[in-house]
Design a protein around this ligand. Structure first.
Ligand SMILES: [Zn+2]
Ligand SMILES: [Zn+2]
Length: 425
């Protein structure tokens, strides 16, 4: 699969030049040795490792092979301004020439943020196959209590040792599978964006993500036969590919659609007070809710008269969004109207033609598995499939409300957003 990435980089039929800052992606038992060689090749002499209490043991193993300084954040540390300031102060004192993120998602986001702030290169050493963000270029932060994504830097290289990440708690690996299977609706929504608004879409990047999902699915079906280490390795491969696809695309379009918007909405704590789900667990639950909604909408038939009559002014209306988003409404309106007026929203770009319905149905048939199949795969992976399992309101009314408002966390066009906007006509 990594060869496919190189091919897309060299030349792509879509005509775009897909850039990649990550030079190497190694998933191998000798990952640590390969990282040592990479550091020597680059001539770095003062590496510093960032780990958390749970991954300290792996950081110690790095230190045995590579002379480096070490800083350890709390086991439950999120990527907040507090932890970034602490690691930033450590960097000011130690003056390393490269940072190594040794951990899962939050350790990577803290390291990525500090590396970007101090203009240092960083390397990824993932200790769990839990998210696709290791090699991506955006940092998911919790800044003064608010969930934000900051443009940041991807690692120059990633070194993942199957012995290490397959020893992570099973819940983390399951969460990684949820993040990968979420690409079913991400890819469908991207296609819907292309069909309805003529949005740019790269067939090669879609094929790359599809290949990653298919290989993971095969490993999931044969999990008992191939064994846990090989299974976790397949999950890690799919996550790294997905992260690279985000870099190649220049944004998260190939890897994030309505299912991620559900997760973002729940993390904004506007409909719910808390939620206990890991990122990929929320994506898994979001995926199933969205797949069922799409299935039902397609079964009943999309109402093209209403879609044609969508009025962005009516949707980008404070009176509609404020009761839910409250103090975040200004930010939500800004996000949904990049040009400052409703006519600049993605909804305003919809153009219907005679074959719109046929193309949407064909895309759904090709990309989206039936909801029963998605549920089966998620259960096989061991992810939650209901809102209740991640500490959210179990009522159908809560799910309906989440489906209604989730599309507005981003301007990105999804079928979910079209369905909601059409109901407001
Ligand atoms: Zn392309
Ligand atoms: Zn994700």
């Amino acid at each position: 699969m990594f060869e496919h990435v190189v091919k897309i980089m060299q030349s792509c039929p879509c005509g775009r030049r897909h850039g990649l800052l990550t030079e190497e992606c190694v998933v191998s038992r000798d990952a640590l040795l390969r990282m040592k060689e990479y550091i020597e090749k680059k001539g770095w002499s003062r590496p510093a490792v960032v780990a958390d209490e749970n991954t300290r043991v792996f950081a110690q193993a790095i230190l045995e092979k590579i002379p480096a300084s070490l800083t350890v954040v709390a086991g439950n540390a999120h990527a907040t301004e507090v932890w970034c300031a602490k690691v930033g102060a450590f960097v000011d004192e130690e003056k390393p020439d490269v940072l190594i993120a040794c951990g899962s998602g939050s350790v990577h986001d803290i390291t990525r943020y500090v590396a970007c702030e101090k203009t240092l290169p960083f390397l990824s050493y993932p200790t769990a196959a839990s998210v696709d963000g290791f090699v991506s270029g955006v940092a998911a932060m919790t800044w003064h209590g608010q969930k934000l994504t900051f443009p940041s830097v991807p690692p120059l290289a990633a070194f993942a040792d199957p012995e290490v990440f397959s020893s992570a708690p099973a819940r983390l690996t399951a969460s990684g599978v949820g993040d990968v299977l979420g690409k079913y609706t991400s890819l469908f929504d991207w296609r819907v964006g292309q069909i309805l608004t003529g949005e740019y879409l790269c067939e090669e990047l879609c094929a790359l993500e599809t290949e990653a999902i298919d290989e993971l699915k095969e490993a999931l079906e044969r999990r008992a036969e191939i064994g846990e280490t090989a299974y976790c390795e397949k999950v890690m491969n799919a996550l790294l590919i997905s992260g690279l696809a985000i870099q190649l695309s220049g944004n998260s379009r190939p890897a994030s659609g309505a299912e991620h918007h559900m997760s973002h909405l729940w993390e904004m704590h506007r409909l719910n007070e808390t939620n206990d789900g890991l990122h990929g667990e929320q994506v898994a639950v979001g995926l199933l809710c969205v797949t069922r909604r799409y299935e039902e909408a397609l079964r009943c038939g999309l109402d093209y008269e209403k879609i044609a009559a969508i009025d962005p002014e009516r949707v980008m209306d404070r009176a509609y969004l404020e009761p839910v988003f409250r103090d975040l409404t200004d930010g939500i309106l800004k996000e949904n109207m990049p040009g400052g007026v409703p006519a600049s929203s993605s909804l305003a770009k919809i153009v219907l033609t005679d074959d719109t319905d046929r193309r949407i149905r064909e895309a759904a048939a090709k990309i989206l598995p039936a909801s029963e199949e998605t549920e089966r795969l998620l259960k096989l992976a061991g992810t939650p499939v209901t809102t209740a399992e991640i500490g959210l309101d179990p009522s159908p009314a809560f799910t309906a409300r989440s489906l209604r408002f989730a599309p507005y966390v981003r301007d990105r066009l999804t079928l979910l957003k079209v369905l909601d906007a059409a109901e407001l006509v």
